[in-house]
Write a protein that binds this ligand. Structure first.
Ligand SMILES: Nc1ncnc2c1ncn2[C@@H]1O[C@H](COP(=O)(O)OP(=O)(O)O)[C@@H](O)[C@H]1O
Ligand SMILES: [Mg+2]
Length: 270
């Protein structure tokens, strides 16, 4: 199959909301539908994929491509234990004299150009879907990746101060982004408490309804709701967790998000 879904970035205003989990589960769901998928670990401050989906071989990283140490895009994607899914890894950030200092504005400008080349070439060599696991916040890196992608999924945890920050940001950045090119921006609730009685249901419902309304006003599309999964949370405390053991925990909302993405692109899969 060669149905191009395009390039999607999973974003959040703060760390720990679930960008990486969402990226991996969404990419896996796509791979399971026979869509050739690659995840770029583009969170240079907190790269995670090296730990979560262990590479089966050594190879160059995303930063090697951005810095032009590698020119052939085909050297980057590495297989993991999931069929149809490859990963472009990022190196662990170095703590030393260059710590946080190497990311000059020029570096990021160059990096956006290189990312655009990579994005086009990854589709050219046959990837139907490129998922960019983004960095949090308003760094040049995260904004570059938002510009690069034609679809974004903002992952939000339900807490007023968290969504408040996201809302503030949405007002600014998404408006600018949408002026650049046609795009679709979704938001996805994650780590949502599963209510145990009517009282809890009411609190949660009130909260979600209020913010769903607000997100809609900002032009964001509803991506869905992933519940807090104790199995996933505790599973990640293990020495060598296998992400596929938790696929079922997020499958329903992730599959339904994928359906929305495919529908928006006019692609049918089973
Ligand atoms: N749906 C979920 N249920 C339970 N725990 C979750 C869920 N999503 C994320 N987590 C927990 O939150 C942590 C941070 O998630 P992660 O995807 O790494 O966030 P980010 O990439 O945005 O920093 C995970 O290590 C996991 O412990
Ligand atoms: Mg992450």
């Amino acid at each position: 199959m060669s149905d191009q879904i395009g390039t999607l970035t999973v974003y959040s205003t703060r760390g720990g909301n679930g960008k990486t989990i969402t990226s991996v589960m969404l990419a896996t769901a796509a791979a399971k539908r026979n869509l050739k998928t690659v995840i770029i670990d583009a969170d240079l401050e907190a790269p995670s994929l090296m730990h979560l989906l262990k590479p089966v071989r050594d190879g160059p990283t995303w930063v090697d491509f951005l810095e032009e140490n590698v020119s052939d895009i085909r050297e980057l994607p590495r297989e993991c234990n999931i069929p149809n899914l490859d990963i472009i890894y990022s190196p662990l950030p170095k703590v030393g004299k260059n710590f946080l200092g190497w990311k000059t504005k020029d570096w990021w400008q160059q990096s956006l150009k290189r990312s655009m080349i990579a994005e086009e070439e990854l589709h050219d060599i046959g990837y139907d879907l490129v998922v960019i696991d983004n960095q949090s916040g308003t760094s040049l890196n995260s904004v570059n990746n938002m510009v690069l992608a034609d679809t974004s999924v903002m992952v939000i945890r339900p807490a007023t101060y968290g969504v408040g920050a996201a809302e503030n940001f949405i007002g600014e950045m998404y408006r600018v982004l949408r002026d650049l090119k046609p795009r679709q921006d979704y938001y996805m609730w994650n780590q949502v408490h599963v209510p145990t009685d009517d009282h809890e249901s009411l609190i949660l419902e009130n909260f979600l309804n209020r913010w769903d309304e607000s997100m809609k006003l900002h032009g964001l599309l509803y991506g869905g709701k992933i519940n807090f999964s104790t199995k996933l949370n505790l599973g990640l405390l293990g020495e060598t967790p296998n992400m596929m053991d938790f696929f079922e925990e997020t499958r329903k909302p992730i599959d339904s998000l994928l359906d929305k993405l495919l529908q928006a692109k006019g692609i049918e899969t089973s």
